[in-house]
Design a binder for this molecule. Structure first.
Ligand SMILES: Nc1ncnc2c1ncn2[C@@H]1O[C@H](COP(=O)(O)OP(=O)(O)OP(=O)(O)O)[C@@H](O)[C@H]1O
Length: 465
């Protein structure tokens, strides 16, 4: 599925394109309407187009007008920070499929794209979202194990208190879901929940993403843009991968958390907000403090209460109920009866060590729902979906031997950087294999490899490792 984004704001293009690509779509970006119209004449229409309203040259509404004759079937989602009636009504009058007010929650934007592409827009069924339940607007936290029950109790208790919470846990353990639950159960539930993944945004854009900017604050800042803090006013701000925040920004964040007020980038107006911050990390922040990469005082402020999400292998009682839930969601999506797990299949699931945690189990269940023959999932089906462990053991023997031959040849030849080159090659081979396996879906590929999505994105860039 091809999606085009037309926006003169590089930051918006970048974050939206990344999120859509991670959800498995092919995305092309255009800085202005003329470039998109030229591509349309050359390559034909995509399946969906996002456009900003205010841009130099043709604005979004003029583009919409031209698209009406040149690509009448193409659904267009109009994005704008101007949510006054004139702008929204103008967009809908012009034939926009949907209006997205900026700044928007990326998960919502991806879910909207999915619904539009599935032709099921407006359908409240949470299973309408594709591929993973991450797009489900309010997925329920499933947990039957003692640590999860304990966690549910803590969420109930903490949700009422306006305290900062730090959620720790390996990738895919459900940190974001816990943050959402804390918000949903709190007195702030009717106000916005705004999420920001610190690691997914280039550091030079992060400050304006958090605090907003005024028009002309930096090259490319054509108009005033409120940041996530303002967007989350009276609600909850979820800062994911907080350990990746650059030090100077940590200093600024600390001050804002202490004073509840700030200036937009390039701004003079003091903005006051009332935001509850929930932060999450898969890293050991105490170790980052010791290494001088995380401010101890910021950690203390965020870490008023710490919730640890245990890895799935430490809460095996959750495996069966989670799998059943994911199979039920998949069945709804495929409009088929839910497949059942045979007792031996459950045993096999419990024996796996789940490096990608709940996300890995979720992806596995989608594969099982789509591929396992019959309504009863057997042990063999799980082996097959996990990727034939016996065959891969055999493959790794051959791989060892080849690597040994390669290393000896390099040593004999007096080559330098042997380890670095081998490691880069290893990374690339694993990443490409995983991406092929998941049809190019980066989030799923990272989960299968047991690495963070950001690690995968970083490693995919040539010349880095
Ligand atoms: N207890 C749970 N019940 C139901 N679904 C869950 C549970 N935990 C995780 N999931 C699902 O697993 C996926 C990963 O969860 P989530 O994104 O919250 O993990 P995370 O710890 O924030 O991951 P990362 O560190 O990689 O950002 C999501 O699709 C989520 O809906």
């Amino acid at each position: 599925m091809n999606i085009w984004i037309v926006d003169d704001d590089r930051g918006v293009r970048f974050v939206l394109a990344t999120a859509l690509r991670d959800a498995g779509y092919r995305v092309a970006e255009f800085e202005h309407a003329a470039a998109a119209l030229a591509a349309l004449a050359r390559d034909g229409a995509p399946e969906l187009l996002f456009t900003d309203v205010r841009m130099p040259g043709d604005d979004g509404l003029a583009l919409l007008d031209k698209l009406k004759t040149r690509a009448p079937q193409l659904p267009v989602i109009v994005m704008s920070a101007y949510t006054d009636i004139a702008s929204t009504a103008g967009a809908f009058r012009g034939g926009a499929h949907e209006f997205l007010s900026k700044p928007f929650d990326l998960d919502d934007a991806v879910a909207l794209a999915a619904r539009t592409l599935a032709g099921r827009d407006g359908d409240e069924d949470p299973a309408a979202a594709p591929a993973t339940a991450a797009n489900d607007p309010e997925p329920l936290l499933v947990g039957a194990s003692p640590p999860m029950r304990e966690l549910f109790r803590a969420i109930g208790r903490l949700a009422q208190a306006p305290l900062s919470v730090l959620i720790t846990g390996e990738t895919g353990t459900g940190k974001e879901l816990v943050a959402r639950a804390l918000h949903r159960e709190s007195p702030r539930a009717a106000q916005p929940f705004v999420a920001l993944n610190t690691a997914a945004i280039p550091s030079e854009l992060l400050e304006s993403e958090l605090f907003g900017h005024e028009a002309g604050a930096f090259t490319g800042a054509h108009k005033r843009q409120p940041g996530r803090f303002e967007q989350a006013d009276r609600g909850t701000l979820f800062l994911d991968e907080i350990g990746d925040m650059p030090l100077p920004l940590q200093t600024r964040l600390l001050r804002v958390l202490a004073e509840n007020e700030f200036f937009r980038v390039g701004g003079r107006e003091l903005i006051r907000v009332d935001v509850r911050v929930v932060a999450a990390t898969h890293q050991d922040l105490d170790a980052l403090v010791v290494a001088g990469r995380f401010r101890a005082d910021l950690l203390h402020r965020l870490d008023v209460v710490r919730l640890r999400l245990p890895p799935l292998r430490e809460r095996l009682a959750d495996v069966a109920p989670l799998a059943e839930r994911f199979l039920a969601i998949a069945a709804r999506k495929f409009d088929a009866p839910a497949k059942r797990l045979a007792p031996a299949a459950i045993e096999r699931l419990r024996a796996h060590d789940w490096p990608g945690n709940v996300r890995e189990l979720e992806n596995l269940c989608w594969r099982l729902a789509a591929l396992a023959p019959g309504d009863n999932i057997r042990r063999d089906d799980i082996d097959a979906a996990l990727g034939h462990p016996r065959e891969s053991a055999a493959a790794s023997v051959g791989w060892d031997a080849q690597l040994t031959t390669w290393a000896r040849a390099q040593l004999d030849a007096g080559a330098a950087d042997i380890h670095a080159r081998a490691r880069d090659r290893l990374d690339q081979v694993l990443l490409q294999a995983a991406l092929e396996h998941t049809g190019g879906r980066r989030a799923a590929a990272a989960a299968r490899l047991g690495v963070g999505r950001n690690t995968l994105t970083r490693k995919l860039k040539p010349g880095t490792s």
